[in-house]
Design a binder for this molecule. Sequence first.
Ligand code: HEC
Ligand code: HEC
Length: 212
Amino acid sequence: MIMKHNILLVVFLSLFSATASADASVDDLLRKMKGIQTNPVELKAVIAQGEERGRLCFSCHGRDGNSKRDYIPNLASQNAEYLFTQFEHFADGTRKDYVMSKLAKQLTGEERVAIALYFANRQVTPRESKVAASADGKRIYDSTCFVCHGASGHGNDQYPRIAGQPLEFLSNTLKSFKNNDPDRKNSPMVAVIKNLSETDLQNVATYITNMP
Ligand code: HEC
Ligand code: HEC
């Protein structure tokens, strides 16, 4: 009974999206994504589309969203809202990266939703870290970072998951925030880490990369 209802709903939603998606706003798309996440049948269909459309991401971010290089972030297990929002930031210039800024502009709204849901629903696998976590890093994390990123570093709808990200990506990103780099402007992180030294940032990065 419930199954039948879901299938009808999928049919209805796909008819609806075919006519109404042409220039949906960011808010509309986020709302749409939330709706899909509460409907297992539709979610499965959209994830399959995301896998197809996300092919050109696999060479860097990995087929399963586990990054192939230490300077490239994992997308697996990242919150879908964050993934989607970052496409918008790359597309509108709030965030800049040579490849990502070009790619983000080429994806349609529907593709951004599908790709975000595909990667968010892959499982992140722990990396073999060559650098041990420092006790100092844990102290900084537990006193400052947990407030937004959560005790386990998994984030939520508003804050990114940072646990298990590659060390080089974490170090580079924290340095960008510290230097108020225009490639990552308007980030609340700039104020958060203003008073942390380079050594503090390196210590907290080694702690986060080792978080499961
Ligand atoms: C040539 C390599 C390359 C390709 C291909 C690529 N990316 Fe990226 N991506 C990167 C790098 C490097 C970064 C980190 C940029 C930065 O530090 O701002 C990144 C960052 C991201 C982020 C931000 C993640 C975060 O945690 O901050 C998202 C989301 C993303 N990419 C999605 C995609 C998607 C979707 C595709 C395919 C359409 C794609 N990328 C293709 C290299 C790539
Ligand atoms: C007040 C809330 C807040 C606190 C506290 C906070 N963060 Fe963040 N953090 C954010 C937000 C919001 C973002 C997304 C920023 C953006 O899009 O530019 C972010 C992004 C990040 C990123 C980039 C993630 C990615 O995939 O692109 C890293 C790394 C990070 N934070 C590390 C930390 C560390 C380390 C601490 C503690 C020293 C910390 N954060 C404390 C809110 C916070």
